[in-house]
Design a protein around this ligand. Structure first.
Ligand SMILES: N[C@@H](CCC(=O)N[C@@H](CS)C(=O)NCC(=O)O)C(=O)O
Length: 193
């Protein structure tokens, strides 16, 4: 398998961590989004969305969208709960991550760390919604060691990616102690600390 990813991207690291956790071998093809490398004609032929990550399976088929890729890779593994309801809850978090967490927490980080925007100049909506996402996680993680019960799942992989670097976008995990403790727990479980 080939993984086209940019090492600065949490969406790409989700795929790397899942493959590493599962002992899957792969070639990592570093793809610099800041240099437009995900927008070349050759890249667009693999993923018309022009984004990383994209994987090319050993038989040549492409797959994109980080959460779709990790779901594919983790099929049948302990990272996907066997119980149907728990599996539904895992997906609930993963869809929420893409619509209600990543667009604020990851975008704030990108604008501050990679575009050099001062935190004070971030759009207030981004700051407010990012904080609300972290607060929602805080409530859940005050009651449970992982997002879905007692074991690490893809929900944790998806959400730890940008939460663990949220300070780079101006958020402080000191305000969210249960989230902070969970980040350390997930990093240890995935061996990514
Ligand atoms: N929903 C997609 C989002 C992918 C995404 O936003 N990728 C960004 C990097 S994190 C990217 O490729 N940006 C470069 C571009 O859009 O040209 C996923 O989860 O894979």
């Amino acid at each position: 398998m080939k993984i086209y990813g940019d090492s600065i991207s949490g969406n790409c690291l989700k795929v790397k961590w899942t493959a590493d956790f599962l002992g899957r071998s792969y070639d990592w093809i570093e793809t610099d989004i800041m240099q437009g490398e995900s927008r070349t004609p050759a890249y667009l032929a693999m993923n018309p969305a022009g984004q990383v990550p994209t994987v090319i399976l050993d038989d040549g088929r492409p797959l994109s969208q980080s959460n779709a890729i990790i779901t594919y890779l983790a099929e049948g593994s302990a990272l996907i709960p066997a119980d149907a309801y728990d599996r539904g809850r895992m997906l609930e978090w993963m869809y929420w991550e893409q619509y209600s967490h990543e667009p604020y927490v990851a975008v704030a980080r990108f604008q501050v760390r990679y575009l050099g925007k001062p935190v004070e100049e971030l759009e207030p909506r981004i700051v407010e919604r990012g904080g609300a996402a972290l607060q929602r996680m805080e409530l859940a993680l005050a009651a449970s060691p992982f997002l879905v019960g007692g074991a690490v799942s893809l929900a944790d992989v998806a959400l730890v990616a940008y939460t663990r670097v949220s300070h780079e976008g101006g958020f402080s995990l000191d305000l969210y102690p249960a989230v902070k403790a969970w980040v350390a727990r997930v990093e240890a479980a995935l061996n990514i600390a």
